[in-house]
Design a binder for this molecule. Structure first.
Ligand SMILES: NC(=O)c1ccc[n+]([C@@H]2O[C@H](COP(=O)([O-])OP(=O)(O)OC[C@H]3O[C@@H](n4cnc5c(N)ncnc54)[C@H](O)[C@@H]3O)[C@@H](O)[C@H]2O)c1
Length: 344
């Protein structure tokens, strides 16, 4: 069976591609490399010892996508391609609506033309906005206000309507909470192009000396230590959730939504503490003002994914901290070797 992974050279997509290849699936990646690099294809092949088909294409370009669907018999799609920063989306809403919504519409249109009926879509816990109850269940009220979240919500609604209009479609929407960690080989992980928006890449960049200190956004939330609580999930566990969702697609039609998180919440101070202890590193940090739109606590109720998909996260917060740091160290080493070679 051949899976098309859009955004497959990205942080989460590359982990999924490794798991798919290791499970014996054939994989085609479509990525425009706007937030990743072609080296990732070599890394995926190195980890798995298997070949992968990579197509440098943009999902907003219908002609490019059609070439992919004509060239390969695609059986299922895992759709991750898109832009993902809440802050950036506030400044560039047009880009977000175009990349995420238009890109998805074009992809769905091409899938329809080539009779591909099964898709997994990467959504986000951001669709819950300020949750009324924590842990958050899938049926909680959705009330996101930032353009990024609104694009995810619009796509979710479109997918729901499509499933109602055509009973042959099988759609799974996965709402990710806070993916961190990296592949245990240290070869692939999260590489933000600019200042990280998320806590863990910020921490690892401070630990490696790339940034002087960590900014902790607010310490007067209504939480035990005053800092924001999030549900961190190891990217390897998140990836396994996609494999389970693929199996679910085989036997179900319609559109189903699942939270993917660890089901446990950690505060910013707890994560700093865990990272320091696990990796024997002291992190410099400074508490600064709250960021607009940040909520006190956001933790998933994962019972639906556990029961229906028969999926469960397995990695501890210590493993997440260790794997993130291993990845950052290997990545920094690789960068300095590259710079040295360029100077020669
Ligand atoms: N990382 C998170 O914290 C998080 C949380 C919730 C949801 N998500 C969603 O998961 C998906 C993957 O996230 P990620 O963290 O791996 O991000 P990422 O930026 O590492 O990966 C996305 C990939 O999509 C590619 N891409 C972007 N626009 C494209 C386009 N128009 N055509 C083709 N390729 C394009 C990028 O080059 C990149 O390789 C995204 O849809 C994101 O919104 C991520």
């Amino acid at each position: 069976m051949r899976i098309l992974v859009t955004g497959g050279t990205g942080y989460i997509g590359s982990q999924i591609c490794v798991d798919l290849l290791e499970m014996g699936f054939e994989v085609v990646i479509v990525d425009n490399l706007s937030n990743s690099s072609i080296n990732i294809v070599t890394k995926i092949e190195k980890i798995t010892g298997k070949k992968i088909d990579f197509i440098h294409a943009d999902i907003t370009n219908k002609m490019e996508l059609e070439v992919v669907f004509r060239s390969f018999q695609i059986d299922r799609v895992i759709h991750l391609a898109g832009v993902k920063s809440v802050n950036d989306s506030i400044n560039n809403p047009l880009d977000y609506y175009s990349e995420n919504i238009l890109g998805t519409i074009i992809l769905l249109d091409v899938m329809k033309k080539y009779h591909v009926n099964k898709i997994i879509f990467s959504s986000s816990a951001t669709v819950y906005g300020i949750p009324k109850e924590v842990p958050i269940k899938e049926e909680a009220k959705l009330e996101t206000r930032n353009p990024y979240g609104l694009t995810k919500l619009a796509i979710e609604q479109l997918l729901g309507a499509l499933a109602q209009s055509n009973e042959n479609l099988s759609i799974v929407i996965l709402r990710y909470f806070n993916p961190i960690g990296a592949h245990e080989s240290g070869e692939i992980g999260e590489k933000p192009q600019s200042i990280p928006n998320n806590l863990m890449p910020f921490i690892t960049q401070v630990a490696s000396g790339e940034r002087a200190y960590l900014q902790v956004f607010g310490d007067n939330y209504n939480t035990p230590d005053g800092t924001g609580i999030r549900d961190y999930i190891h990217v390897a566990d998140l990836s396994k959730g996609h494999i389970k969702a693929l199996q679910y697609l085989d036997n179900h039609s319609g559109c189903e939504i699942f939270n993917l998180g660890s089901g446990s919440g950690y505060s910013v101070f707890e994560i700093i503490e865990a990272f320091q202890l696990e990796n024997n590193i002291i992190l410099e940090y400074e508490v600064v003002g709250k960021r607009d739109g940040d909520v006190a606590s956001c933790v998933a109720d994962i019972s639906k994914a556990q029961q229906v998909l028969e999926w469960a996260p397995t990695k501890t917060i210590e493993e997440m901290c260790r794997d993130s740091w291993r990845w950052q160290q290997m990545s920094s080493q690789e960068n300095s070797m590259k710079r040295a070679l360029e100077k020669e």
